[in-house]
Design a protein around this ligand. Structure first.
Ligand code: UDX
Length: 428
């Protein structure tokens, strides 16, 4: 197939590269010419395991290219995969500006006698695929010019390639079973569970998936508060309940809360979509409320353990919203840094991959240099470098001894045996 991918963000870039690896001729277009130049030179713009080498291999083979010329590639390719951003607006309503621009570009670049298959990968509110189909049909004389297929993406940042090559499911929202066959062929008949459903159900599957994951996280975070009140141990509670297959062990790690580009905006978007139809999403509101108050809960806890934070030297390990990515969008670590700054703390941060974009915290390039003379160290991202830190060295560098594990990722006895004071809410 000749495929034009619109948008070189996480989803567009990784999907485009993998589709070229499957044997298709792929052109990924983006408005950012610097990004496009870097990618054409084989420089991967995101920290994603294995992606750069696959990208370079496909560029060399000549089956993958990047371009800013959207009209040329919309004209040349019969298959268009849409992976543009769908950010949340202030009201929680999804901002569909980029989707609207795509519709306009497709109508401008397509002749009435051409047929195009348009695959919507972007996460869009229920009804959007229908809206896209209607707008495209209305733009020309022939009703059969465009086939719009919803094919939501479930990849996680940090394991994007693995997830694309080993999907637990492929969701295809369409009107004709031939569309399912088309998508199976596009994914080189990857063994997976395929769901062929209406476009709106496909859209809702994507939101339901992220909403359920966020619910698990807020559930365990609320339990963590109860554990703290009764001096129970949230890690053991999570491990024990996770043995029940009806509950499962994943997404039960208490901590600073969920962040990143997807979960926060998708919960807001689903809540908004519900209220528009008169459904009150009480549970989703609670999920957000717990998440939005997690950082304050950690600050209160730290003040109880360490006293006034004003003028205290605090080092935060981790800026990325989770480990194995350099993405800091809506990172709980930054929410924490902002609150610590308001409290008057003197801040330093360190992250193995993420670049600091904030002026309120200075960063150190070295993990151990970052804690020199620190009173308190906070673990805000669960990077392996932190889990496996040399705690004797940490003790030698620091002035104080408080280590607050805000991701419940450390082994408390490793930390304590170095003479440090391990603290975390709900750890008994
Ligand atoms: C998410 C979905 O998992 C993925 O299926 C979808 O396609 C995109 O959104 P991602 O944004 O990469 O993926 O992050 P994810 O791994 O889901 O983590 C989200 C946040 O939850 C992170 O901040 C993470 O630290 C936090 N989290 C995760 C917890 O606090 N506890 C957990 O147990 C798991």
């Amino acid at each position: 197939m000749n495929i034009c991918v619109i948008g070189c963000g996480y989803v567009g870039l990784t999907t485009g590269t993998v589709l070229s690896h499957f044997g298709h001729d792929v052109t990924c277009v983006d408005i950012d010419s610097q990004k496009v130049d870097a990618l054409n030179n084989g420089v991967c713009i995101i920290h994603e395991d294995g992606l750069e080498s696959m990208l370079q291999k496909q560029l060399q083979k000549g089956t993958l290219e990047f371009s800013t010329d959207i009209h040329k590639h919309l004209q040349r390719n019969a298959v268009i995969l849409v992976a543009v951003g769908t950010p949340a607006s202030a009201t929680g309503k999804t901002d569909l500006t980029y989707i609207d621009q795509v519709i306009e570009n497709i109508t401008l670049s397509t002749q009435d006698d051409e047929k195009k298959t348009i695959i919507i990968k972007s996460t869009v509110p229920p009804g959007t695929n229908e809206y896209i189909q209607t707008r495209l049909i209305e733009s020309g004389k022939r009703k059969d010019r465009f086939t719009v297929i919803s094919n939501p993406e479930f990849l996680r940042e940090g394991t994007a390639l693995y997830d694309l090559l080993n999907p637990d499911k492929v969701v295809v929202g369409g009107r004709n079973p031939l569309e399912l066959e088309f998508i199976r062929k596009m994914y080189a008949y990857l063994p997976s569970e395929y769901f062929f459903t209406s476009p709106v159900t496909a859209e809702l599957i994507k939101y339901a998936s992220n909403a359920f994951l966020a619910t698990k996280i807020s559930f365990i975070n609320e339990l963590q508060r109860i554990c703290e009140a009764y001096k129970g141990d949230i890690s053991v509670v999570a491990e024990a309940i996770g043995c029940d297959p009806r509950i499962g062990p994943h997404f039960l790690k208490a901590g600073l809360g969920y962040g990143g580009y997807c979960l926060p905006k998708d919960i807001q978007s689903l809540s908004h979509a519900a209220t528009v139809k008169g459904v009150v999403p009480s549970l989703l509101y609670s999920v957000e409320r717990v998440n939005n108050s997690q950082v304050d809960m950690y600050i209160d806890f730290l003040e109880k353990e360490a006293g006034d934070l004003n003028h205290r030297k605090i080092t935060v390990w981790g800026l990325a919203f989770k480990s194995n990515t350099d993405d800091t969008r809506d990172s709980p670590s930054y929410r924490l840094i902002k609150r610590l700054n308001e409290k008057g703390a003197i801040l330093t941060a360190y992250d193995p991959a993420a670049v600091n974009k904030s002026k309120i915290v200075r960063t150190s390039k070295d993990q151990y240099e970052s804690i020199k003379d620190a009173d308190i160290l906070i673990i805000a991202t669960d990077w392996m470098d932190f889990i496996e830190a040399d705690w004797t060295k940490v003790k030698a560098e620091m002035n104080g001894s408080i280590i607050m594990d805000a991701r419940n990722c450390l082994n408390p006895s490793d930390v304590r045996s170095a003479g440090l004071n391990y603290v975390a809410p709900g750890i008994g």
